[in-house]
Design a protein around this ligand. Structure first.
Ligand code: ADP
Ligand code: MG
Length: 351
């Protein structure tokens, strides 16, 4: 053991980067979430070599003020919260102020950005956390991030990456989920000069499902619509006929954020139990809209896990909502008993 030393800021950043930035898909996730938070209506992601060598993300959002560009790359610098109480009412996807600092510490980063007012924007280039260039440039309103040579200065991390095809697949899956959770944004993913995902930003979830998964799934959807005092659940579930052998198509979102949650997964899968065989998993695209005070998103660095205060109520709402969708007449013809007027009314009431 050597003597005790304080680590350099860049080393600290590189260590923390491991929590947030594991692979190219994490870079894409963080930067696309930033673009969504910046109110973009169109976001294009271009990758080469599975994103390991090249990621370019272009948005038409608010841009970053010239005199705030450098600050944005400092650890814990954020425009989205001011203090810990703001976490109770957070509406944005980001809030830790760590992504840009982390990415800049483990890759070569270039950003070109312009806000609405000024005539010119700025170009800022960093390598391994060091500033290489800061200059005025002509560019449209919005932001472009260029990330090159991921983990070039942390070979131990680079070693853990999978093949370029596999990494590209992770990015593609990530983009699909983000596009599903934001039908109001037009997304494009380009890999090796080929568009592999395109959504048109119509605002309709069904359009996005069609554009990503195709006709087979889009033609076999059942709407879910649940309203409670503290939350609502909206979206679609697939008919059992389009279920798969793995959970890849079980998508759900909380306030526009893709998450994994045991309670919700169990409620969804329980709902399907009587409709399909074991080891089959449904297609779902459900968005839970809930007051931020009922949940804690500050559990996991990648913000993938969420804790709920009203878990039991959520469980039963998902269960009821999905069961009701599955039990609707599109799926199985209702048997009407002659004297049961209640059932007749129900059937007539259905749209
Ligand atoms: P966080 O998203 O948690 O605030 P980040 O490190 O991801 O932290 O980003 C830091 C800040 O940089 C953001 O709070 C935001 O103000 C600004 N920013 C980052 N990306 C963009 C973008 N694409 N458009 C506009 N502003 C951005
Ligand atoms: Mg962010």
């Amino acid at each position: 053991m050597g003597s005790i030393r304080v680590l350099s800021q860049n080393t600290i950043n590189q260590i923390a980067a491991g929590e947030v930035i594991e692979r190219p898909a994490s870079v894409v996730k963080e930067l696309v979430e930033n673009a969504i938070d910046a109110k973009s209506s169109a976001i294009t992601v271009e990758i080469k070599e599975g994103g390991i060598d090249f990621i370019r993300i272009t948005d038409n959002g608010t841009g970053i003020e010239k005199d705030e560009v450098k600050t944005a790359f400092l650890r814990h610098a954020t425009s989205k919260i001011r203090n810990v109480d703001d976490l109770l009412t957070i509406g944005s996807l980001g809030f830790r102020g760590e992504a840009l600092a982390s990415i800049a510490s483990i890759a070569k980063v270039e950003v070109i950005t312009k806000t609405a007012e000024p005539m010119t924007g700025v170009r800022y280039v960093m390598e391994g956390g060091e500033e290489m260039a800061f200059e005025e440039v002509g560019c449209p309103e919005g932001t472009t991030f260029l990330i090159r040579s991921l983990f070039y200065n942390t070979p131990a991390r680079r070693k853990f990456l999978k093949s370029k095809m596999t990494e590209a697949g992770y990015i593609s899956a990530m983009m699909e989920r983000i596009a599903l959770s934001h039908p109001e944004v037009a997304f494009k993913l380009i890999h090796q000069n080929k568009a592999v995902l395109t959504t048109t930003g119509t605002g309709r979830l069904k359009d996005v499902i069609y554009q990503i998964y195709g006709k087979d799934i889009a033609m076999n959807l059942l709407p879910v619509d649940v309203k409670r005092d503290a939350f609502s659940i909206e979206g679609y579930v697939g008919k059992p006929a389009v279920s798969r052998g793995n959970r890849a198509l079980e998508n759900y979102f909380v306030n526009g954020r893709y998450i994994k949650n045991k309670i919700i997964t169990k409620a969804i899968e329980d709902s399907y139990k009587t409709y399909q065989m074991v080891h089959k998993y449904p297609f779902t695209a459900l968005n839970l809209t809930i007051e931020p005070e009922f949940m804690d998103v500050n559990v996991h660095p990648a913000k993938m896990e969420v804790r709920f205060k009203n878990g039991e109520e959520l469980f039963s709402a998902f269960l009821e909502g999905v069961r009701e969708a599955l039990g609707s007449r599109q799926l199985i013809p209702k048997v009407r008993l002659k004297n049961d007027t209640r059932k007749k009314e129900n059937i007539l009431e259905r749209p």
